[in-house]
Design a protein around this ligand. Structure first.
Ligand SMILES: Cc1cc2nc3c(=O)[nH]c(=O)nc-3n(C[C@H](O)[C@H](O)[C@H](O)COP(=O)(O)OP(=O)(O)OC[C@H]3O[C@@H](n4cnc5c(N)ncnc54)[C@H](O)[C@@H]3O)c2cc1C
Length: 463
């Protein structure tokens, strides 16, 4: 059994009340049989358990987790519960239809509210505040890109109630950063305390009769059986919810690439600071640079600010030491001071990181193979906080054999191509990271928007 100092995993973990941190749950005692076995106790696994247990309380459900519930990205992320889907609507429509792409986007809009509604109904105090997202433009090139983005939304029929272009003045009222020339704004995002959601959800599913076994590493997933270091769990239906760690499961080495995103948190900042910096509705924020940055104002008035992922590690390796990279943390702090010079003199109290999961075509998916009884959900890139809820609801439908509007969405039962074998994968991903790192400089030098490198953007941030 590994022992992790969980409070060090993120500011979110460090600020949890004691009753949400412990005691640790018992590992699988011995081989057993259940109706549904779920591998991974992050949002995907826990939401799946939640919707299954509420839909059919007679089901026996076991969640198997190698560390502790919320150990992965779910307890460490930037806390944007957004309606973002990492694949563009154009791309979704190309492989389905315009109507189905719009249905997926609509489901994502509704999912943000669903997360808030369940948290409220179940008494999970995850600091949910639906203030939307403001993305400022701080150079003429960024402003041009912001306008293009709005035109694109209009071409899909989304008006200003979904995506608005803000003037410099309107933008600065929401986010008092330097050099603001304008912004895009969408109401479809809530800021949350992510570890409170993950840990709270774990307690809720237990109350519903689900068993969570922590410190139980799954070594193989086969039709009808999950093999662990502590025995076998037989189940007619199995759900793999292992996101960045998927590559470690036999047979899945090339399904998902783990890529790191890194984050810092400041001490609580005084009201006099926020009078200038804004975010009065706890809007989540970013700017229109290619090299993604993402931030939120926490319920206790800190900045949590992330971006600029560290390099991809050969063979899709995941190690605790990859969670921290002083050069990236310094860079994040430099950018935050550039945006808000008045922050000078205040302290960064926490810095951390974690792996998110990227499929080869940046297209998340959820599904269940009726022939094997094995399901999966993930590949959310940096947009999994809300979409894992939609995945969980959909998996609950699929496991029960229910046909619903959700099971007709275009990401259901879709298979992404596999990543290249190493060393090609290593070269391709890190090459892409370098392209993105230089794209902003090239643009500012030439004054011309670089071709929107959507494919590479997700490598560099986590929202
Ligand atoms: C730093 C960072 C910032 C991010 N910011 C945002 C954001 O602001 N908004 C957003 O929408 N998304 C964000 N994301 C992405 C988001 O957090 C994830 O997409 C989401 O949490 C995925 O949930 P999950 O349950 O699928 O995976 P995870 O939460 O990673 O859970 C997977 C679980 O499976 C367990 N596991 C793995 N292998 C095994 C095994 N063999 N046996 C048993 N258990 C196993 C792991 O220990 C882990 O607990 C961010 C990610 C990171 C890392």
């Amino acid at each position: 059994m590994t022992t992790v100092d969980v409070r060090r995993l993120s500011f979110w973990w460090d600020s949890l009340p004691d009753d949400l941190v412990g005691p640790e749950r018992s590992p699988l005692p011995t081989s057993t049989t259940v109706d549904v076995a779920i591998v991974g106790a992050g949002y995907t696994g826990l939401w799946t358990a939640y919707y299954l247990a509420t839909a059919d309380p007679s089901l026996s459900i076991a969640v198997l987790e190698s560390e502790v519930a919320g150990f992965g990205a779910s307890g460490r992320n930037g806390g944007w519960a957004s309606a973002l889907f990492p694949t563009s609507l154009d791309k979704v429509a190309r492989s389905s239809s315009r109507e189905r792409a719009i249905a997926l986007q609509q489901a994502m809009f509704e999912t943000v509210d669903e997360v808030g509604a369940v948290a409220e109904a179940e008494g999970i105090d995850c600091h949910f505040a639906k203030g939307g997202t403001v993305v400022v433009a701080r150079t003429p090139v960024q402003l041009a890109r912001a306008k293009q983005e709005i035109e694109h939304h209009r071409s899909w029929g989304y008006g200003p109630e979904h995506h608005a272009l803000l003037s410099a003045e309107e933008a600065s009222e929401r986010l008092g950063a330097t050099d603001v020339l304008g912004a895009t704004y969408t109401p479809h995002c809530a800021a949350i305390q992510p570890a409170r959601l993950a840990r709270g959800l774990a307690q809720v599913v237990e109350r519903l009769g689900v068993t969570i076994h922590e410190h139980t590493r799954v070594t193989a997933i086969e039709p009808g059986v999950v093999r662990t270091e502590r025995g076998d769990v037989r189940a007619r239906r199995i759900v793999r919810a292992t996101e960045a760690w998927t590559a470690q499961i036999p047979g899945h080495h090339r399904d998902i690439a783990p890529v790191y995103s890194l984050v810092i948190a400041t001490e609580p900042l005084p009201q006099s600071f926020w009078d200038g910096a804004g975010l009065g509705e706890r809007e989540t924020f970013a700017d229109h640079r290619h090299l993604i940055i993402y931030g939120q104002r926490t319920a206790d008035d800190r900045f949590v600010f992330g971006g600029r992922g560290a390099p991809y590690h050969r063979n899709s390796e995941i190690r605790p030491e990859f969670d921290r990279d002083p050069a990236v943390f310094d860079d994040l702090w430099r950018v935050l001071r550039e945006l808000f010079p008045a922050i000078e003199g205040h302290a960064v109290t926490h810095s951390w990181g974690g792996p998110l999961g990227i499929p080869r075509d940046w297209y998340p998916s959820v599904g269940l193979d009726p022939a094997t009884g094995i399901g999966w959900g993930g590949g959310y890139v940096g947009d999994g906080v809300a979409s894992s809820n939609l995945a969980g609801r959909t998996l609950a439908d699929l496991v029960r054999g229910a046909q619903t509007s959700r099971t007709a969405l275009p990401w259901v039962n879709r298979r992404s191509p596999r990543w290249e074998p190493e060393p090609l994968r290593y070269a391709a991903i890190n090459g892409g990271l370098r392209v993105m790192a230089s794209a902003d400089d090239v643009e500012e030098r030439t004054g011309k928007p670089a071709k929107r490198a959507d494919l590479m953007a997700p490598f560099l941030g986590g929202h």
